[in-house]
Design a protein around this ligand. Structure first.
Ligand code: FES
Length: 108
């Protein structure tokens, strides 16, 4: 089973698991501040679940690419929308500051 390492925790999940759901199921705050309440619940439209992922994950789908092409996101940052990302192997996740997780300061 793949592992997801984030915020000092390492958890296991099934291949193909939705990264946002795995993080939330383990109490790992994929949204910052008020975005915890004000988000699209995984539809891929709000952009607040942006994270930096290293490891084996699905290719970015059109929703992920489209939302991250709009400010305040910058596609050059290489972030991913957790709600549109499937875990395919062991991954490490980092979260950055800002309402959308678009900042440069790593939170965890
Ligand atoms: S939760 Fe809104 S884009 Fe992921």
């Amino acid at each position: 089973m793949p592992t997801v390492t984030a915020q000092g925790q390492t958890v296991s999940c099934a291949v193909g698991s939705n990264l946002r759901q795995i993080l939330l199921q383990h109490g790992i705050p994929v949204h910052n501040g008020n975005a915890t309440l004000i988000n699209c619940r995984g539809l891929g439209t709000c952009g607040t679940c942006a994270v930096q992922v290293s490891g084996a994950v699905s290719e970015a789908n059109w929703r992920d690419r489209a939302r991250r092409s709009l400010p305040p996101h910058n596609p050059e940052q290489g972030r991913r929308l957790a709600c549109q990302t499937r875990v395919l192997g062991d991954v490490t996740v980092k979260k950055f500051d800002g309402f959308w997780g678009q900042g440069e300061e790593q939170l965890w």
